[in-house]
Design a protein around this ligand. Structure first.
Ligand code: ADE
Ligand code: ZN
Length: 325
């Protein structure tokens, strides 16, 4: 059994494996511009975030019905369980589906079919986090938040993703204020490709409780000191960082240095179908000493939105502490 852990940075659309993409395309009569699964995998040669996003949005065309979203999420949860995941906080991108004529109800109810049964079926507790596409307008994000109002019993928090540079957090000030007033938790991607100022702005303007990626905080020692002091978690995604060329290779990944600096880092898979591994593969890729891995697993539960179930968090932490390699 792999080390028990929580996954806190996982885009459900980024778990769409080529085999499932073709199965859903056939089921829905959608034509994919790829001959076979190998042709999709051959397109996984990314130069940067945007080149990945182009393929990520293109393949979403196969997701059309509640059943599609349920099948996608159930396939992820089964894989996650096999990688030691005990708790998953799952991102989804409703605007990418609404733009294709797929309703919020289809997306949320479909995902919920799988997430709501996950604890019984897979032993994985779940939360759902709705992300806004930062390269779309703030008005579109606000419309999306309003469209999600009937489903807020299913949604724990909001996030911010897609193309980062040129779309600073401040653009979404009102959206995040409204989300907070609705009782939603707040996270945002920041400092993946964008500058450390975006991390500071996500904290100061959006009031985020966790930063997704956050790598470029390392360019600002005062910001690092603040993140350490305030115990702001960073959801780091090593294989993603290498595939999207945020870092040159795994040996150069700053995660060990970030832990040494006292940052509350977690390890996550981001878009595992596209980046060559699920969360335990990310743990293994770093080749860290066992006690460092245990620290990361503890961090994942400490950083998770389990405030409504502290007994469960304590149980998960006890599993981590008792784990023997
Ligand atoms: N959407 C899916 N994965 C993403 C990432 N790593 N950064 C920004 N947006 C994303
Ligand atoms: Zn991400």
């Amino acid at each position: 059994m792999p080390l028990p852990k929580a996954e806190l940075h996982l885009h459900i659309e980024g778990t769409l494996e080529p085999e499932l993409a073709f199965a859903l395309a056939a089921r829905n009569g959608v034509e994919l511009p790829y001959a076979d699964t190998d042709a999709i995998r051959a397109a996984y040669d990314f130069d940067d975030l945007q080149s990945f996003l182009n393929l990520y949005y293109e393949l979403m065309a196969v997701l059309r019905t509640e059943r599609d979203f349920a099948d996608l999420a159930d396939a992820y949860l089964a894989r996650a369980a096999a990688q030691g995941v005990r708790h998953a906080e799952v991102f989804f991108d409703p605007q990418a589906h609404l733009a294709r004529g797929v309703s919020m109800e289809t997306v949320v109810e479909g995902l919920w079919r799988a997430l709501g049964e996950s604890e019984t079926r897979h032993g994985v507790s779940t939360r759902l986090i709705m992300c806004f596409l930062r390269d779309e307008s703030a008005e579109s994000a606000m419309d999306t938040l309003m469209a999600a109002k009937p489903y807020l019993d299913r949604i724990t928090g909001v996030g911010l993703d897609s193309a980062e540079v040129g779309h600073p957090p401040v653009k979404f000030r009102e959206v995040y204020e409204t989300a907070a007033a609705l009782g939603l938790r707040r996270v945002a991607h920041a400092g993946e490709e964008g500058p450390p100022e975006y991390v500071t702005e996500a904290l100061d303007v959006l009031g985020v409780e966790r930063v997704d990626h956050g790598l470029r905080c390392l360019e600002d020692p005062a910001l690092v000191a603040r993140l350490v002091r305030d115990r702001i978690p960073l959801t780091v995604c090593p294989l993603s960082n290498v595939r999207l060329r945020a870092v040159p290779d795994l040996a150069a990944h700053p995660l060990p240095a970030m832990l040494d600096a006292g940052l509350l880092c977690t390890v996550n898979s981001d878009d595992p179908a596209y980046f060559g591994g699920y969360v335990d593969d990310n743990f293994r890729a770093l080749n860290l000493p066992e006690e460092r891995q245990r620290e990361l697993a503890r961090n994942s539960f400490l950083a998770s939105f389990l405030e409504d179930d502290e007994e469960k968090r304590a149980r998960y932490l006890a599993e981590v502490d008792a784990y023997a390699w």
